[in-house]
Design a binder for this molecule. Structure first.
Ligand code: ATP
Ligand code: MG
Length: 174
């Protein structure tokens, strides 16, 4: 990465990484030299909202991007600090320099705009089903979810016993 490269930033929790996320990354890749993918709420795992560790999410994303031939990216875990006034500085301290932020989250957009960054609207792909909430709900209910994630992500989830973890969480066993 050079100082005149156009580096973009995308932040999400990726619980799990799904086909909507992959489509956004492909779209951003067409407009950027490098993409930094921030794995948000990195400290959480083993809860229903955040079932997967930052390391497991890292594996899901890197294997899915390898399958797509996307190589010019950085993956950075970002722990919550619960202080919105300094959150952008916290993020900037952890990631390589970036020029634009892609987000649809109103608070994320506001915070980066106030800090002087260019915020670009992130294109949406089939949000009713390409959604972490929907996928976690389906895993819990024993419904088909594999179609909603890249094949590499389904493989990681199977390797780590993700479905059983989510069901055990909801049964109060964990
Ligand atoms: P959850 O339902 O758990 O909130 P999510 O599917 O919204 O999960 P996030 O990790 O919250 O995923 O989202 C990260 C980023 O990806 C956000 O900027 C969000 O707008 C974007 N995103 C999520 N789903 C889609 C989608 N289907 N198409 C395009 N962008 C998406
Ligand atoms: Mg979301």
């Amino acid at each position: 990465m050079n100082s005149d490269d156009f580096n973009s930033l995308l932040i999400g929790r990726f619980q799990p990484f799904h086909k909507g996320h992959l489509e956004v990354i492909k779209a951003i890749a067409g407009e950027s030299d490098y993409i930094t993918i921030g794995i948000g709420s990195a400290q959480y795992s083993h809860t229903f909202e955040n079932p997967f560790t930052a390391g497991e999410r890292h594996l899901m994303i890197s294997r899915a991007l390898k399958g797509e031939g996307i190589e010019r990216y950085f993956l950075v875990p970002i722990i919550d600090i619960n202080r919105y006034a300094v959150w952008v500085a916290h993020v900037a301290s952890l990631v390589p320099p970036f020029k634009a932020v892609y987000s649809n989250n109103p608070l994320t957009k506001r915070l980066f705009q106030e800090a002087g960054y260019e915020v670009r609207a992130s294109p949406l792909f089939n949000v009713e089903v390409y959604s972490g909430t929907e996928i976690r709900k389906r895993m819990l209910a024993g419904q088909e979810w594999r179609d909603l994630v890249p094949k590499a992500v389904a493989e990681v989830i199977d390797e780590i016993g993700g479905e059983v973890r989510i069901r055990d969480l909801m049964k109060g066993l964990l």
